[in-house]
Design a protein around this ligand. Structure first.
Ligand code: G3P
Ligand code: MG
Length: 378
């Protein structure tokens, strides 16, 4: 229920925060009739990349969406459930890996909608969990009192009884060889954690499940009396995803199941949580808004005066590798979304997925782009 409001806020914000620089670099004076009536959303893991390696002819495919002078010709964005770094950093990383110029606005990550709840927790203590730079992501969104799980856990002596066995273990604030203790940036011993955000795939499940259970069972104050469960938000709920290893890896949804099972057993009450990311249809609605703005940016016109809402797409293509997430999401969003399933990631079958059949199944992203451009005479 909450998401409906969140999404409305998101639309309003997106309409008012368009980047002038981006608009300038992509704008071309073109007649209205030349505007593409279609846009493309690309999943990343299992479609564009495996780990950090481009797959399925993705650099060649993406280059076809630009003009010879390097400006954007076809509106497209990345719609990934992954993350862990700010959108600006991900855009630079992708630009380098794929050899094209990608704007931060073309990168929507699982945690991107977290910025829409900033006014609920702006000045409250929150903990950000996951690989990469989860606290930097949340600070960039405007959260003012955010600690990464690494830092938060480091302030509580013996909170992870197994830390000594971990070779790359966390930097303990309590150094056993010294009596000196670092002073936490926030008063973590009396300020309750008001919410936990799982920003990206956790890299130390044992420690993170332990400390999250402490936060959630004890009202945001580990080691103290039982209290109300603070809210916990997950950036996505992927059970599995395709990384560099040949078979799928456990994702954030698997972590959520593990945490939920353990929390329910130890606390005796069901974990209350909220998951963002695909396949929530609001993610696709949000993508549609961004793609509409990209059209305005490319075809700099009077749309810029009315917030870029004048353009209507006849087709929006979602190219994904995970039927449960990408195809299910596009199906839930409904027309104009058209789903294309590749065989380079989670889905490896010959025919279509039986539970969430795509509108089209194709081998690679390069073939998908070729198909789209032919169909759209672009
Ligand atoms: O952690 C990444 C993953 O869950 C999925 O990424 O790009 O396939 O949506 P993607
Ligand atoms: Mg994927």
């Amino acid at each position: 229920m909450r998401f409906r409001c969140v999404f409305k806020t998101s639309l309003a914000n997106i309409k008012t925060t368009r980047s002038r620089c981006f608009r300038r670099s992509y704008s071309q004076l073109q007649p209205q009739s030349d505007r593409p009536s279609f846009g493309i959303a690309f999943d990343i893991d299992g479609v564009i990349l495996r780990g950090r390696t481009p797959i399925g002819g993705s650099p060649r495919a993406l280059r076809r969406l630009y003009r010879d002078d390097g400006t954007l010709k076809i509106p497209f964005l990345f719609l990934t459930n992954g993350g862990g770094v700010p959108e600006s950093k991900r855009a630079s990383e992708l630009s380098e890996l794929l050899g094209i110029q990608i704007s931060p606005r073309q990168v929507v990550q699982g945690h991107s909608p977290f910025k829409e709840v900033v006014n609920w927790y702006e000045n409250e203590l929150i903990v950000a969990v996951g690989k990469g730079e989860p606290a930097a992501v949340m600070s960039e969104y405007g959260f003012k009192q955010v600690l990464s799980m690494d830092e938060y856990a480091s302030y509580f002596k013996d909170i992870d009884p197994l830390s000594h066995y971990k070779t790359r273990g966390i930097k303990q604030t309590y150094d056993e060889n010294s009596s000196k203790e670092l002073v936490p940036r926030y008063d973590v011993y009396s300020d309750r954690v008001k919410a936990a955000f799982v920003v990206s795939d956790p890299s130390d499940w044992g420690r993170d499940i332990q400390v999250l259970c402490d936060i959630l069972r004890y009202g945001g104050l580990p080691g103290r009396d039982k209290g109300h469960q603070p809210p916990i938000y997950f950036a996505s709920d992927d059970l599995e995803y395709q990384a560099a290893f040949p078979t799928e890896r456990l994702g954030m949804g698997a972590f959520r199941i593990a945490l939920e099972g353990i929390f329910n057993s130890v606390s005796g009450s069901p974990l209350k949580y909220t998951s963002f990311g695909k396949p929530n249809p609001f993610v696709f609605k949000n993508a549609e808004v961004i793609l509409t703005q990209l059209v305005s940016d490319i075809y700099h016109s009077q749309d810029n005066m009315d917030g870029g809402t004048g353009h209507e797409f006849s087709t929006l293509y979602m190219i994904g590798d995970n039927p449960k997430v990408d195809i299910n999401g596009a199906m839930k969003a409904g027309r104009p979304w058209f789903s294309i399933l590749t065989r380079t990631g989670v889905f490896k079958g010959q025919d279509n997925d039986t539970q969430f059949p795509a509108d089209l199944v194709i081998d690679t992203v390069e073939e998908a782009v070729d198909h789209i451009l032919k169909k759209e005479h672009a």
